[in-house]
Design a protein around this ligand. Structure first.
Ligand code: ZN
Length: 60
């Protein structure tokens, strides 16, 4: 995924920065502990699409 593209993406809920997890193809918001999936290179920036991170899952 294009790094520039990543720069402009923020969490739709808190407008905070997102962490790109290449292996999982997810964009993670640390504040909300939500992981937004990337499907076919397109980030699904919808709360309804996001996965809630379990408490034990460490966010870098
Ligand atoms: Zn957020």
């Amino acid at each position: 995924m294009d790094a520039k593209f990543l720069d402009i993406l923020v969490c739709p809920l808190c407008k905070g920065p997102l962490v790109y997890r290449k292996a999982e193809q997810e964009l993670v918001c640390k504040g909300d502990r939500l992981a937004f999936p990337i499907r076919d290179g397109i980030p699904m920036m919808l709360e309804s699409e996001a996965r809630e991170l379990p408490a034990e899952e460490e966010v870098e």
